[in-house]
Design a binder for this molecule. Structure first.
Ligand code: C5P
Length: 295
């Protein structure tokens, strides 16, 4: 059983006040892009995981592995000690702000649900996914959706057409809790109070109308200053894309991957050539694409 699952870029990541549970209330517009991991599950007595592909060595194989935790949570919901051998083939950057770990967890849920013949309804899988992490439910759904709460309460957004993206991958990852912590610290130092976030009308209209220039202008990520503070080189990478006429540029999620919106597939190629010397690697992708699907 093999499941293909996309990474995401956040088109709007508006960070509200810190909650008592350590999370922030968000308005988080997720957009699934054609950069895919694959997760295979085959029958086994025990639950194990193996990772192949780019940066595989950076993925934890112990109890911190989100795919294993997903399979375990699904077995617990089914009330049986099921086993599986999971193999993850990675293309989504590890700790890159594109929710690769969350994607693998979503894919493991879908793969094990099929392998074990459970046939749980999607709302049950979404429920388990939300317990695993704020970004996991979206990886099941895909497309473009706005997440509220800590990002797990999803409403799909209407989108016309396809948007072309270039992603600049950085060396090493950034820790999501650390980036949120830095965002709080910067706000406090500036005497800013986090306000209650709302979905950008300009962003929603641009998506609905397939208006790439409008979308480029509406892109926003409140975590970007924090990510740049922790990784100064990102400022230069973003500037290269701006200079080359990207319609919009931003750090993806908590970074350090940077995302560039292109006018067309041809413009994306031009951008990717220009960005090659400003980062570790460049990948082109389009969105939106569906969430985790059996292949
Ligand atoms: O939900 P997830 O485990 O992916 O979150 C990782 C970390 O990111 C959390 O422990 C928290 O520090 C931060 N976070 C946050 N507010 C959110 C989502 C994540 O502060 N809405």
């Amino acid at each position: 059983m093999t499941v293909r699952v996309p990474g995401k870029v956040n088109l709007q990541l508006s960070v509200g006040p810190l909650r008592d549970d350590g999370y922030h209330d968000l308005v988080n517009v997720f957009h699934a892009v054609s950069l895919f991991d694959e997760v295979s599950a085959v029958e086994s007595e025990t639950l194990t995981v193996r990772v192949e592909g780019d940066s595989a060595g950076l993925v934890p194989l112990d109890g911190d592995n989100l795919a294993i935790r997903a399979a375990r949570a699904l077995a617990a919901r089914a009330g049986r000690p099921y086993g599986a051998e999971l193999v993850i083939r990675k293309s989504i950057p590890v700790a890159g702000g594109m929710a690769g770990g969350s994607a693998d967890a979503a894919a493991a849920l879908v793969a094990c649900d099929r392998l074990w013949g459970l046939g749980l309804p999607q709302r049950d899988l979404l429920d388990i996914a939300a317990d695993l992490g704020s970004d996991v439910p979206f990886a099941l759904l895909g497309g473009t959706a706005v997440g509220t709460g800590r990002g797990e309460m999803l409403t799909p957004l209407p989108v016309q057409g396809t948007f072309f993206w270039v992603f600049a991958l950085a060396d090493g990852g950034l820790s999501t809790p650390q980036v949120y912590g830095e965002c709080d610290r910067l706000r406090e130092a500036a005497g800013e109070r986090a306000c209650w976030p709302a979905l950008s009308g300009q962003l929603a209209a641009a998506l609905r109308d397939g208006d790439a220039p409008g979308l480029g202008k509406a892109l926003v990520n409140d975590l970007q200053p924090a990510a740049i503070m922790l990784r100064r080189s990102l400022a230069r990478t973003l500037q290269v894309g701006r200079d080359r006429g990207a319609l919009g540029v931003l750090v993806s999620g908590s970074g350090p991957t940077c995302a560039f919106l292109a006018e067309s597939a041809e413009h994306a190629l031009d951008l990717s050539v220009a960005l090659r010397s400003a980062c570790r690697a460049v990948v082109n992708a389009y969105g939106p694409v569906p969430g985790a699907v059996v292949v």
